[in-house]
Design a protein around this ligand. Structure first.
Ligand SMILES: C[S@@+](CC[C@H](N)C(=O)[O-])C[C@H]1O[C@@H](n2cnc3c(N)ncnc32)[C@H](O)[C@@H]1O
Length: 206
């Protein structure tokens, strides 16, 4: 299968430049239109994935995986495995179809709410501001899910509790997140993009 889109994955895997415009061709037009605001840019996904999956045994969870852009890029540029949890079923259908179409073995996607996922099955986590549409009108994706301020707090609290219980060595990348609430045991390794992209490792705790 030597389609244009297939070449995009091979280009990424070969560590060559791929623009967002090129990568987003894998998606239907209506999902491409959401990319600039809601999906991780390719160069950010590469940086984050390389930190989160330094070897083949690393299992990375994308908390609110959208249409899978972070997971697909991560799977192409590292040897780790990338797992998405996403509350919108139509996005997960798209992700599973693309994973099958492009025969990408190291990704999986689940249509679930994050509150039904136990974090102890994973080594690392990616967090791109997933709950903010509950409190910020300009970030609403569509009307297929319930939104309210209480959910922002409940989901954030669940993630905090799960990270707090995670093992030493757990890695975390936060992107565009107001994230004063990373549990104490996580050490900030470095920050870039004026603090919009932060890399953490758990060094204390259980
Ligand atoms: C900003 S998008 C990020 C998508 C993806 N991580 C990326 O970087 O390309 C956040 C996604 O989180 C999903 N989401 C929000 N709250 C969720 C929850 N409680 N459980 C699962 N998914 C959720 C939204 O539906 C949306 O698709």
């Amino acid at each position: 299968m030597d389609t244009y889109n297939n070449i995009i994955f091979r280009t990424l895997a070969g560590n060559l430049e791929t623009t967002d415009e090129e990568f987003d061709q894998i998606y239907p037009e209506e999902l491409r239109a959401l990319s600039a605001l809601h999906w991780t840019p390719v160069h950010i996904a590469k940086l984050a994935a390389e930190f989160l999956a330094p070897n083949a045994n690393c299992k990375v969870l994308d908390i609110g995986s959208g249409v899978g852009k972070f997971c697909f890029v991560g799977a192409a540029v590292t040897k780790g495995s990338f797992h998405g949890v996403e509350q919108r079923s139509s996005f997960v259908t798209v992700c599973n179809a693309l994973a099958a179409q492009y025969e990408i073995p190291n990704v999986s996607f689940k249509n679930e709410n994050i509150t039904n996922i136990a974090f102890d099955a994973f080594d690392a986590f990616y967090f791109f501001n997933p709950f903010y549409e509950n409190v910020e009108q300009t970030l609403i994706i569509d009307d297929t899910v319930q939104r309210k301020e209480g959910l922002f707090l409940a989901y954030s609290d669940y993630v905090y509790q799960q990270l707090d219980q995670s093992k030493i060595g757990t890695r975390l990348v936060t992107y565009h997140s107001i994230w004063d609430d990373v549990p104490n045991g996580f050490q900030l390794e470095y920050r870039s993009l004026n603090g919009d992209l932060s890399f953490w490792t758990k060094t204390e705790g259980q």
